[in-house]
Design a protein around this ligand. Structure first.
Ligand code: DNO
Length: 347
């Protein structure tokens, strides 16, 4: 496995030099942030990230994310232009050494939490999803902003998007995903890039918008849409694992064995009650509901050689910054996972 760490570029409060100081760190995971969704990324911007990484002895070989334009998900006539741009981005990234591209196919909203700064008993803060809190939220109402949303949406844009998705069935969304893969995967194959879809987070419909990448049956269906190693997964333990019904260790065994996991996001969550509520916790297994040792064992026994990054951490030691993406707790997570792998490799 290759350990990696997400870095949001020059404006990230976490300095790339600090990431380079974490033992065992191989890659930074980043993206071009100066270009609107759907456009082609400038080569100078790609090169800039690569140079920043190289100066810190890190590789820049994983991108998270090249976002998929809503017109592609909606299957609008304009999708072919956006797909052509997407394909050009894959070519450009490959040219600069990128081996793995993470993306998602969630309508409108990316990851969704109801609170970003829940104070824990020890004074740290974490991200939480309380189903009861979400019920009262109306995404079309003024002033609502949740993490992970594209904050550039105006109320009117959102209203229009909701109307467009209202006319789309779940099966239509699957068809649009298949159409996208048919165009993108052959190009990725040709230039040695592994595409890695991120599961929907949380893995169920929100605000009446359909979500597809949610459980084993749907992951199977997704992988069959285009049967190629280049059509793979970002296996996010927290996104899939916040649904108790997803038994993630056997799932990791299955997909790692099939060589369809290219990128692991490892984080822990604590299930709360039975309505889908959860809190994000430290990575250490006893802190949450997921067993990180068992997760790493499943990867190790299947010879996993892809990328891993410690996903969301808590805010600890007074750190402030991007919720979920501080330095300290993610660095602890990275070392914990690296330690588990060292043990597995030596035993
Ligand atoms: C959240 C992230 C996601 C992820 C995208 C991939 O912290 O895991 O936002 O980057 O869903 O496209």
């Amino acid at each position: 496995m290759k350990m990696s760490f997400r870095w949001y570029g020059d404006s990230d409060p976490v300095k790339i030099e600090y990431i380079g100081q974490i033992p065992g760190m191989h890659s930074i995971v980043s993206a071009v942030y100066d270009t609107p969704v759907g456009d082609v990324w400038g080569e100078a911007s790609i090169e800039h990230i690569k140079n920043r990484a190289a100066a810190t002895n890190l590789a820049f070989d994983v991108v998270e994310s090249v976002p998929v334009h809503e017109d592609i998900k909606l299957g609008k006539p304009t999708r072919d232009t956006y797909i052509a741009n997407y394909v050009e981005n894959i070519r450009r990234l490959a040219k600069h050494g990128v081996k793995c591209i993470c993306y998602n196919f969630m309508p409108v909203f990316d990851w969704t939490r109801t609170q970003l700064d829940k104070v824990n008993a020890d004074g740290s803060t974490c991200l939480v999803y309380y189903a009861g809190q979400l019920k009262d939220k109306n995404p079309l109402a003024d002033g609502l902003s949740l993490p992970g949303w594209d904050s550039s949406y105006k109320k009117e844009d959102l209203k229009k998007l909701f109307e467009e998705y209202g006319a789309l069935t779940r099966e239509d969304l699957w068809k649009n995903l298949e159409y996208f893969l048919a165009a993108v995967i052959p190009v990725a194959e040709g230039c040695g890039v592994k595409m890695a879809i991120h599961p929907d987070d949380p893995p169920w419909d929100i605000f009446g918008l359909p979500r597809l990448i949610t459980d084993e049956a749907n992951l199977d269906r997704f992988l069959k849409l285009y049967d190629s190693e280049a059509n793979g997964l970002t296996f996010c333990t927290g996104s899939l694992g916040c649904a108790e019904s997803n038994d993630i260790v056997p799932m990791i065994d299955k997909y790692a064995k099939a060589r369809r996991i290219h990128f692991m996001h490892i984080r822990n969550v604590q299930w709360i009650g039975s309505d889908g509520s959860f809190e994000e916790t430290a990575h250490y297994s006893p802190c949450g509901s997921l067993d990180v040792v068992k997760i790493c064992e499943a990867l190790h026994r299947n010879g996993f050689d892809g990328y891993i990054r410690p996903d969301h951490g808590r805010m600890i030691w007074g750190e402030t910054g991007k919720p979920g993406y501080g330095l300290y707790d993610r660095a602890l997570g990275a070392m914990y996972i690296t330690g588990i792998f060292e043990t597995l490799e030596k035993s």
